[in-house]
Design a protein around this ligand. Structure first.
Ligand code: HDE
Length: 698
């Protein structure tokens, strides 16, 4: 069967669209220099005699090496590692009663979008499963300009004032003398800063929770974090917080799994996004708005301008207004994902900023950082950054100017009249800021309304299931166990005491702290009356589907064909996929004598790469597998990571050798006939067998 060409398999010739008049045979174009001169020999530089010196006039050699020398641009100072894709936002209903933003005015209107997901601390080549916040940056190419919602997968942030951002990031990244650890906050500098910055405590609960190790981008929520404004055509303002809700639900990995995925497939998240899009399973999120007015803002327990606080969905429900679909991978990573320039200051008529001091600082930072990264003021001309609506103004020249305006008028006012005079402002259509009244002394102060640092940290912790609370404690213990200074470890525990004494106790025990730790003195007494919010827990919002997930089947020669077919069919019906892991990638012979190729060799496809596993060897095959350490790890890790496991009787000796035969539980489903495959897939909807955690961590 002829395979459909996947994106990226075709090659496009760069150029001004002229005819390809010279070919190297068939459709193959002739190699040229950047100037278009055909190249006769790309294997040898020009020399004076075969063993002589290289001639300076070898313009092809010089151009090729010069260009190579300049291939790198500065990586992003934060969010260096990221992955992007194209798609669209589809608006459900006109929202003209709350905003005049053009993209929200018409039913079912699609607005092109580009999204980049990222980690924060690691460099461009770091691994995907770092414990970290994920960036969730969305560029919407609206008909009235580009609107960037540069958000994260957590609704709060570490700090309240932009002036602390360089300190936070310096502390979080590798220590400057040693340049390690890479992409990890488990080191002294980070926890030193955190332990001296109580405003970070709410975010610390998030970052130590399973939200910081998502299964992939497709299973994360996104948040605009700050409070923004929406404005109607009449100038009426409503405060808003932006949310992205994943269609497949939320899912995370467990920590031990994350550590192993980083070794087995450091590109796990980007590969997942790429594969999902390439296979036509387009990732999707709904845009949710939390809308509230000044009266609510005044009555809310915390300041809506404080980015270390969230507004519980139970207090201000989320209105879902449209969906974001990612349906196209990039053609070129550098041109699109690396060069995309998100700026919080890119907003459109109908949206406005709030006075959140973090947001105000960001509005300076993003524009500035793009000039550094992309080399000049014309980064807006790069295709991924250019608006898809007409744009015209009197800005000109500079490095790499691609679209200087034509004509004489390059200033305004001018008297050249009509089209020759160039564009003019429009009070009716143009962007208008909310005319809020501002007054006050010029001060360097933190508002008293920002002083509560523990109440919402407690609320977040209280909103988690016991299992999730256990993960938070374990993560803090893990990180602080890497911190060499005992004083820092104790200082962190002193803050935990203000959040939850049981949490503080379990961390202190996990760290082996024997002294009595005194609670840190809070700036104001933390509240104990905040109700837990169900929406904050991943486990309290189960996906109820196994769609978009992947099962790994460990197979050998002699694997039962009818079981394998039944499994494949059941997974297909659910919208999930199956990969085969075999002794060689060449594949195996099925019970009926047919051959089937494998996707992975044992060892190359460890069970951490799958959401659930099936262990389907023949009796003969099992005899080989029990001698193979990677095969034993495959099953013991799947068990330890609480995965659902389908198995055949023939696999029992492997389980015995891996030390789990006596522990098999409800999450381990015995496949004896084809219809058992459906029961396995139904069980997989729960994603993990959480009850097993007691057995594997005791
Ligand atoms: Fe960023 N941030 N940030 N940030 N941020 C950058 O801009 C900054 C903050 C976020 O995929 C930089 O283009 C300051 C909060 C994302 O390209 C830089 C402050 C949130 C991305 C910058 C913050 C974010 C960035 C580095 C404190 C969540 C990646 C490269 C005031 C709401 C965008 C770049 C992409 C990137 C500055 C805090 C999200 C240096 C000064 C809060 C998703 O400009």
């Amino acid at each position: 069967m002829k395979q459909k060409k996947r994106q990226g398999e075709e090659r496009q010739v760069i150029g001004n669209g002229g005819e390809l008049h010279q070919t190297a045979g068939g459709d193959v174009p002739i190699l040229t220099t950047q100037q278009g001169a055909p190249v006769s020999d790309d294997q040898n530089s020009l020399k004076i005699g075969a063993r002589g010196p290289t001639a300076l006039e070898d313009f092809h050699l010089r151009e090729k090496i010069f260009h190579f020398d300049h291939e790198r641009i500065p990586e992003r100072v934060v969010h260096a590692r990221g992955y992007g894709a194209h798609g669209y936002f589809e608006n459900y209903q006109p929202l003209s009663d709350i905003t005049s933003a053009d993209l929200f005015q018409r039913t079912d209107e699609k607005t092109p979008a580009f999204v980049r997901f990222s980690t924060v601390a690691g460099n461009k080549g770091s691994a995907d499963l770092a414990r970290d916040v994920r960036g969730f940056a969305v560029k919407l190419y609206t008909k009235q300009g580009n609107w960037d919602i540069v958000g994260n997968n957590m609704p709060v942030f570490f700090i309240q004032d932009a002036i602390k951002f360089p300190d936070l990031i310096h502390a979080a990244k590798a220590e400057p003398n040693s340049d390690f650890p890479q992409a990890q906050t488990a080191h002294d500098n980070f926890w030193d800063f955190i332990s001296l910055t109580p405003e970070s405590m709410h975010m610390i609960m998030w970052i130590m929770s399973d939200r910081a190790i998502p299964r992939s981008f497709r299973f994360m929520e996104g948040f605009g974090v700050h409070t923004f404004r929406l404005l109607t055509a009449e100038g009426k303002s409503t405060f808003v917080k932006f949310h992205w809700k994943p269609k497949l639900g939320m899912q995370s990995v467990v920590w031990n799994e994350a550590v192993k995925i980083n070794g087995a497939d450091p590109d796990f998240h980007r590969r997942d996004l790429w594969n999902a899009i390439q296979s036509g399973n387009f990732p999707e999120w709904e845009l949710g708005l939390q809308l509230f007015d000044e009266a609510f803002a005044d009555s809310f327990e915390f300041d809506v301008l404080d980015a270390t606080k969230l507004i519980p969905e139970e207090q201000v429900p989320i209105r879902r207004v449209g969906r974001l679909v990612l349906d196209r991978c990039v053609d070129n990573f550098f041109a699109e994902t690396e060069q995309v320039a998100f700026c919080t200051n890119n907003i459109v008529p109908g949206v406005d900023f709030s006075n959140d001091p973090l947001l105000q600082g960001r509005n300076f930072s993003y524009l500035d950082t793009q000039v550094k990264r992309l080399g000049g003021p014309n980064f807006t001309h790069i295709p991924v950054n250019a608006p898809k609506c007409p744009f015209q103004n009197f800005q000109q020249d500079g490095h790499m100017a691609m679209v200087n305006p034509k004509g004489r008028a390059n200033y305004e006012p001018n008297s050249w009249g009509g089209v020759a005079g160039g564009p003019r402002e429009s009070h009716e259509i143009g962007f208008k800021s909310f005319p809020g009244e501002e007054k006050g002394r010029k001060v360097r102060e933190r508002s008293e309304t920002f002083a509560d640092h523990y109440s919402q940290a407690r609320m977040f912790y209280a909103s988690q299931t016991k299992v999730e609370q256990g993960h938070i404690a374990a993560a803090i213990v893990f990180e602080l166990s890497k911190v060499q200074s005992a004083a820092i470890r104790v200082r962190v525990v002193s803050h935990l005491l203000d959040i939850d004494t049981k949490l503080a106790d379990s961390v202190a025990t996990g760290l082996g702290i024997r002294e009595t730790v005194k609670a840190a003195t809070p700036a104001i007494e933390p509240r104990k009356d905040l109700k837990p919010s169900k929406a904050l827990s991943i486990m309290r919002n189960p996906p109820q589907t196994f769609a978009g997930r992947k099962v790994g089947a460990l197979v050998t020669d002699g694997v039962d064909r009818s079981l394998l077919d039944a499994l494949k069919k059941a997974l297909q019906g659910e919208g999930a996929t199956l990969e085969l892991i075999a002794p060689t990638v060449g594949g195996v012979e099925l019970s009926d004598g047919t051959r089937i190729e494998a996707d992975q060799k044992i060892g190359g496809g460890p069970s951490v790469l799958y959401d659930a596993v099936a262990v389907l060897p023949s009796e003969e095959g099992t005899k080989l597998l029990i001698k193979n350490a990677a095969a034993r790890d495959f099953v013991s890790d799947a068990f330890a990571h609480l995965k659902f496991i389908a198995y055949v009787s023939a696999a029992m000796p492997l389980f015995a050798k891996a030390g789990i035969a006596g522990d098999l539980d409800n999450g381990c489903i015995h496949l004896t006939q084809a219809k058992d495959a459906a029961a396995f897939v139904a069980a997989c909807r729960n994603v993990r067998q959480w009850e097993r955690e007691k057995v594997v961590t005791s």
